[in-house]
Write a protein that binds this ligand. Sequence first.
Ligand code: ADP
Length: 487
Amino acid sequence: MTAVTTEPTSQLNFAQEVRSDRLAGLWKLTFFGAIGIAWIALLVTVTGRSWIGATITPAALVCIGCIATRQLLASNRYEAAVWAYVIGIMAGMGYGIYAGQFLLAFTFPLVIIMVGLLLPVRATMLTLVVCVAISLFVPMINQAATTINGQQLFAVLLMGIAAGLAAQTSGELYGIAEWALESYRKERTVKNQLFDSQQEVERSYMRQKALAEQLQETNKELELARAAALEAKNFRGQFLANMSHELRTPLNAIIGFSETMLNFPMMYENIDLPNAYRNDMGQIYNSGKHLLQLINDILDLSKVDAGKLDLEIEEVELEGLFKGVLATAAGLVGDKPIKLKRQTPSVLPHVHADPLRLRQVILNLMSNAAKFTDSGSITLGARDEGTGEVTIWVTDTGIGIQPQDIDHIFDEFRQGQSGRKKGRAGSGLGLAISRQLLRLMGGQIWVESKLGHGSTFYFTVPVADPEDPMTESQPSQVANPAQLSRV
Ligand code: ADP
């Protein structure tokens, strides 16, 4: 077979190609057969018997038909090629019969079968008619005979049988070819689909590979950025610790001397500070205190960042702590019309905490409540959750917190809208430190607030277990910076 078309849809072309191949084989066989017969005829002629008319001319006609078939096949005219082949043979055989070799009529059944294989049934029937006509009438022309003899009838009978067989076989062959072509078409479709999906898989593999490479690049960059950020954080921590320490010494001198000048005239030979200076000196003292608080906060945070904040964890009795805090809070409220309330049960379990730091957290919340409340009340409350934790809260009837600020106010140096207002300004560090301290003590902090109605800050501390040796007073070293990640 020369070539099989790769187009799945062109079944007709494919079938035609198969038949063209077959015809190509046939014409060659016939051509060389005819030449061989002519050759033998020539030899016989040389030996004296004159068969030349009955063999050479038919062989020549058959060869002409074969050559025409070849040309037509070369120019892709398949049907014409078959007819050229068949006509060549019929002409050759017809001439042979005309020359008196009636036996050649017995090749017609073969011709009919060949046509049956190469062309549709219509063509087979047409060939049958022509072959029968040649077999019956050509002998009459030559011999002027008028009757049909038994030989002719037998030949016609064979031709009829050949035509019947050809029609039957070619029908079956067509069926088989159709089935084969259909299977071939399906196979091609599946193959094409497989090819497409393979290409798709390859494309997505390439895409994935590119993405993986990109991800790797990004990961590397992230790793570098993380390392840089860590270095910067350490550097910042170190810088803040050094700066705070260096600032505190002169600041303590400023606060100390301004306080002495204001309150202890005996240190200056009982000469009172003139009134003109007193106001400004008061400003220096208050600003100094504020600055010291700020520096202390920064120092605390940098220690937490560096994992170097030591807590004195012990069993803490809350009642005494609350009393002390409320006494201090009275000073924070000043002359504002604010009532300080308390909502704590008479019996509360002891907690597991650093008392100074716990006091710092509550005072920080009370001081914020006092700062952001103009009138109403501030309540300090506590309850035993019964789950190994005590919840403590500070509620105020102040200005409240904007919903969009709630997520940020526990971050360092972050203030809400309220915190940026004149007269309420702060550093944005109090809540951040409180959160870190509570985390180190095993608790957590959160807030509920309604703008214009007030806020409640809650936090938890673990209940002390009397059996636990940790509750005995001892420093708890915070060395693992992983503990310090933000909520
Ligand atoms: P600041 O020094 O600004 O008070 P904090 O960390 O203590 O820093 O508080 C952060 C912000 O949270 C404040 O600026 C304020 O906007 C808000 N805030 C804290 N407590 C209250 C409160 N009781 N009422 C209203 N807003 C509050």
